[in-house]
Design a protein around this ligand. Structure first.
Ligand SMILES: NC(=O)c1ccc[n+]([C@@H]2O[C@H](COP(=O)([O-])OP(=O)(O)OC[C@H]3O[C@@H](n4cnc5c(N)ncnc54)[C@H](O)[C@@H]3O)[C@@H](O)[C@H]2O)c1
Ligand SMILES: [Zn+2]
Ligand SMILES: [Zn+2]
Length: 380
């Protein structure tokens, strides 16, 4: 089969690799119709993780089931499915509690597994013609008969929509809240959509990319351009000096100022300053325990200075981590089916798998207008 393979920093190509197959009775085999490129893929693409060379990338996957293992009861050949980026077993302590981003079975001794992802187990990704799905009865979300028609919307259930929603859940966004989100990438935009869904009053999204700030407006939130003035001050000014009720971090450890200088604590410290006393902050941007390519010695160990005194004095709290996609994907699927959510509006490019390397480059360069890239390995 053809698949997008990681060879080293900024070096990926579409190669012929052995076909994915059923390896255990609980697997299904999916013919991928759409696999997205994600901001998380860029951490790997840029050589900022220890992902192994030869790995097939792609954790935002949707397609048609073409074969099922002997132990699969629920999922059928012909079903259109979207796969949570996390691989869970369904029976460990964390999966049993709904914390499917932290499965204890799929990638021991770590908690959490994913397709095509650094440090998340041996699983290949779905930027490929075929994908093996382990524990498929647990992991595969079967889609209704409008699956192909609304493919751009449903594929967002694999990661960024539930992840944005998770940010608002960690921050406990509720009716009438003001919410500030750092980062207007796909995850930040989905967090803004989710905050709206949960009844937020004002939603601010901070970034400096003009095309992304425009999308913030399109989805009905307020863009804050931090290249034209201190973003924290802009939030305080917009909330009568009080600060927003809730905050979401949707940038991650490669946060930088608008001149491009990296500083992993930038967004967390801005959120501590821009969220009101007793407010909650949800961190879904990825932070890592080791970052050998970082510029300073603390950051190399995944550490940075945080304004903990202010955080304590303000009585704030913070939730973090990979999204437990399965906690939300079924409900969000139903909203898409009923035309109450249209996350696909952020899609900027749909490419064939053969153009994937170019897609990575343009998305990584944040070329104007490259917001969310979908790959179609089925030759569309
Ligand atoms: N927790 C999870 O389960 C999960 C799932 C998916 C993605 N993620 C992570 O979420 C983060 C965002 O993902 P994405 O796909 O939207 O990525 P992205 O790279 O497309 O978007 C990040 C955005 O942040 C902006 N930015 C950078 N520094 C900033 C700063 N200091 N202030 C304001 N904006 C800043 C960039 O301009 C960019 O628009 C990444 O770290 C990704 O790995 C986490
Ligand atoms: Zn992703
Ligand atoms: Zn598990």
């Amino acid at each position: 089969m053809r698949a997008l393979v990681y060879h080293g920093p900024k070096n990926v190509s579409v190669d012929e690799v052995p076909d994915a197959t059923i390896e255990r009775p609980t697997d299904v085999l999916v013919r991928i119709t759409t696999a997205n490129i994600c901001g998380s893929d860029l951490h790997m693409y840029e050589g900022r993780t220890d992902v192994e060379k030869g790995k097939v990338l792609g954790h935002e996957n949707m397609g048609e089931v073409i074969e099922v293992g002997d132990g699969v009861d629920r999922v059928k050949v012909g079903d259109m499915v979207v796969l949570p980026f996390n691989i869970g077993c369904g029976f460990c302590k964390n999966c049993g509690a709904g914390l499917t981003g932290f499965c204890l079975t799929a990638n021991p001794p770590n908690a959490g597994a994913a397709y095509g992802y650094a440090d998340m187990g041996p699983y290949n990704g779905g930027q490929a013609e075929l994908l093996r799905v382990p524990y498929a009865d647990w992991n595969a979300l079967v889609l209704p008969d409008d699956a192909r028609e609304k493919e751009k919307d449903y594929v967002m259930l694999s990661d960024i929509l539930p992840t944005g929603y998770h940010g608002t859940e960690l921050a406990q966004v509720g009716i009438g809240d003001s919410v500030v989100i750092w980062g207007a990438g796909p995850v930040g935009l989905m967090a803004a959509m989710s905050a709206d869904l949960r009844g937020a009053d004002q939603v601010f999204v901070v970034d400096r990319q003009p095309d992304r700030l425009k999308l913030v407006e399109t989805i009905g939130a307020t863009p804050i351009d931090d290249s034209t003035g201190d973003a924290v001050q802009q939030i305080l000014d917009a909330t009568l000096g009080e600060g927003a009720d809730r905050g979401v971090e949707a940038v991650g450890y490669q946060a930088h100022d608008h001149h491009g200088n990296e500083s992993p604590g930038l967004t967390i410290n801005s959120l501590i300053a821009a969220v009101r006393p007793t407010g909650r902050i949800g961190v879904v941007g990825v932070f890592v325990p080791e970052d050998p390519s970082a510029q300073d010695s603390l950051a190399k160990k995944g550490q940075f200075a945080i304004d903990f005194g202010t955080f304590f004095f303000k009585g704030q709290s913070m939730g973090t981590g990979q999204a437990n996609v399965k906690q939300y994907n079924r409900q969000l699927r139903n909203l898409i089916h009923r035309d109450k959510l249209n996350p696909g509006i952020i899609v900027s490019h749909e490419l064939s798998l053969d153009d994937a390397a170019e897609g990575y480059k343009n998305f990584d360069d944040r070329l104007d207008g490259w917001t969310k890239v979908l790959l179609h390995p089925d030759g569309r």
